[in-house]
Design a protein around this ligand. Structure first.
Ligand code: MN
Length: 323
């Protein structure tokens, strides 16, 4: 997925110096239209004013279920990993590192951008309803220029009394994902039967986010409505998820050790400085100008149906670090 906002703002994401709070903070989504030829809308809960990181997680888009097609032309990424997680529908992934894959429900698709990659994402012709999420993880400084990579993993279902879980990144409930994590983190889908309470043992050094996909859910006693994200600060070793009586609840839980770094996000890039962003944008524009002869930081996926996505215009202001 691409951030298709026409005028994306630069966002400084800083996890340092934030006081831990015992209460669950509820982050409500904003609806962001994905432009281009397809009229798809997504619900974005990260980044937002007041909170831009949960552990290393820096971007959470949630969409559907909706009778809609996805068609995101080739676009670049740096300094992050993208996680595609579907509940229904199928998406075809092509990237400039040579990976061509089908993204299916219940399967982790993890793309590591590292120093630079580009990819295109198109829902398959037999997909009628799309429902899923795209999540981004910021790479720590020591790993952010890593080689681009793409991995798929189908987690086993962990069955517990009243709930089950699929752990797609990190370790939770005794299930460990083999997918590459570059800082301590976790990601899982958890489904809770109506009226049941799930007690999830977690790493107390992690902060967590609980994105409610379906149903009525309370997180440690705080109501989190569908589409919203409940933030649980570090210092907890159990998170309590309760499903309302009316129906099954489904959430995505993400977490990780606070990154402890100031990162800079603009469009589809994660960087550390304004000048890096300027260079990434210029490199991408030069590469798409060169077309199939493109050689450089990103490259282009082969077999993509549509022309690559040009970068938006950068804001006129030079970003000043937040103190
Ligand atoms: Mn993308």
């Amino acid at each position: 997925m691409s951030n298709l906002e026409l005028r994306p703002a630069e966002v400084v994401c800083d996890s340092s110096g934030r006081a831990a709070s015992p209460a669950v903070e509820v982050l409500t989504p904003r609806v962001v239209p994905l432009g281009g030829t397809r009229a798809m809308r997504v619900s974005r809960t990260l980044p937002q004013r007041g909170r831009s990181l949960i552990g290393p997680w820096c971007f959470i888009d949630h969409y559907g279920p909706e009778r809609v097609a996805m068609g995101v032309p080739a676009h670049p990424h740096t300094g992050l990993q993208t996680i595609s997680w579907l509940f229904s529908g199928q998406i075809e992934h092509r990237d400039s590192a040579g990976h061509h894959a089908l993204i299916r429900p219940g399967e982790l698709n993890l793309m590591t951008a590292g120093r630079g990659i580009s990819h295109a994402e198109v829902s398959t012709s037999d997909t009628t309803v799309l429902h899923g999420a795209q999540l981004w993880v910021a790479l720590p400084s020591a790993e952010r220029f890593a080689d681009p990579a793409f991995e798929q993993y189908v987690p086993d279902i962990v069955r517990q009394a009243g709930f089950d879980a699929r752990v797609f990144l990190g370790t939770l409930l005794g299930s460990t994902s083999p997918a590459a994590a570059h800082s301590p983190l976790v990601g899982a889908e958890i489904t809770i039967e109506p009226g049941h309470t799930a007690h999830i043992p977690v790493d107390a050094a992690f902060e967590h986010g609980v994105l409610v996909d379906t149903g009525a859910v309370t997180v440690d006693g705080t109501d989190v409505t569908r589409g919203s994200l409940g933030h649980v600060a570090t210092g907890r070793d159990v998170i309590e998820l309760r499903a309302g009586d009316a129906g099954t609840a489904r959430v995505l839980m993400v977490g990780g050790r606070p990154l402890g770094e100031r990162i800079l996000m603009w469009w589809n890039f994660v960087a550390r400085t304004h000048d890096e962003i300027v260079r990434y944008r210029a490199d991408w524009q030069a590469e798409i100008g060169a077309g199939s002869r493109a050689q450089g930081r990103f490259g282009l996926p082969s077999g993509a149906a549509e022309a690559p996505l040009p970068a938006p215009v950068m804001p006129n202001v030079r970003l000043k670090p937040r103190e």
